[in-house]
Design a protein around this ligand. Structure first.
Ligand SMILES: Nc1ncnc2c1ncn2[C@@H]1O[C@H](COP(=O)(O)OP(=O)(O)O)[C@@H](O)[C@H]1O
Ligand SMILES: [Mg+2]
Length: 266
């Protein structure tokens, strides 16, 4: 098995916000499982791509969802002309050959799926494949990273306590204004004056959290708005399409947000 397809050749741009790079390196050095915790669109996925590149490890990413089963992660027998053949799932591939496995939005998966990672996250570092009659000892380069958005938490959708307690957590939140503006300018390819305006809009929207907005505008949304401007749209249209409309269906909240946007643009 060749993991070349999972190697990241070019450095993914990542602007550090705190000590997250050192923390991840320390955790990886000891192969401690890591949980990236924070709201959507604040750089978790970009960070893990950057870290895989920095550490020179292949990265296998799995977007978790409700219908995902343990077999989707671990593997299954499939019919082929030669009979039934075992196929490793993405988690097994990472464990066997030594990649970083990133389970994105882990709470989306059912708890009976998530428990397959337990034996990998304690001192044993093994993956039992019951159906294949095999217990794999994890490759020395293997490490597990998950992402988790505490905002989506509900009684039905949360990590088991016994799962949570296996990870060291790195907290992500929206960066400070000047750092976020530098990210928006670079990622959207816009000049810094416009990036400053977009970041100010982001800050205002985040102040509306809890007053009818579940989450404020993410860094990702600000970048989208910047890209629309770069593509020739007026800033009013760009911010409406990239921020105001996607974030809420509530007419009053849209009006409040539009007011905040107008104040920032003026
Ligand atoms: N610290 C950062 N450095 C570089 N880019 C960032 C950073 N934070 C956010 N971004 C930008 O925001 C976008 C969304 O981030 P992403 O990692 O996909 O968010 P998450 O996985 O937390 O939902 C990225 O594609 C990237 O353009
Ligand atoms: Mg992500």
């Amino acid at each position: 098995m060749n993991l070349d397809d999972y190697r990241i050749a070019d450095e993914p741009f990542y602007r550090p916000v705190a000590d997250e790079i050192a923390l991840f390196e320390a955790a990886y050095g000891d192969r401690l499982p890591v949980m990236l915790k924070g709201p959507t669109g604040c750089g978790k996925t970009r960070f893990v791509e950057h870290m895989a590149w920095r550490l020179g490890r292949p990265l296998i990413t799995v977007a978790c969802h409700e219908d995902m089963t343990a077999s989707d992660l671990a593997g299954r027998f499939l019919l082929s002309p030669e009979g039934t053949v075992w196929h490793d799932g993405p988690l097994t591939t990472a464990v066997r050959h030594g990649a970083i496995c990133y389970l994105d939005e882990i709470v989306e998966a059912r708890q009976d799926t998530t428990v397959v990672i337990h034996p990998l996250t304690d001192a044993r570092r093994v993956l039992p494949l019951d159906k294949h009659n095999e217990v794999i000892q994890a490759h020395s380069d293997f490490a597990l990273t998950i992402s988790y958005n505490p905002g989506y938490q509900s009684a039905v959708k949360d990590l088991k306590e016994s799962t949570k307690q296996r990870f060291v957590a790195i907290e992500f939140s929206y960066p400070e204004r000047d750092v976020e503006a530098a990210i928006v300018a670079r990622e959207a390819g816009v000049e810094s004056g416009l990036a400053d305006v977009l970041v100010a809009i982001g800050a205002r929207s985040r102040n509306l959290r809890g007053q009818g907005l579940d989450e404020g505008a993410s860094t990702r949304m600000l970048i989208h708005a910047g890209r629309l401007v770069r593509a020739g749209m007026p800033i009013e249209t760009a911010t409406r399409s990239a921020i105001v409309l996607p974030i809420t269906d509530d007419a009053d909240m849209r009006e409040a947000l539009s007011g905040a946007v107008a104040a920032c643009i003026a």
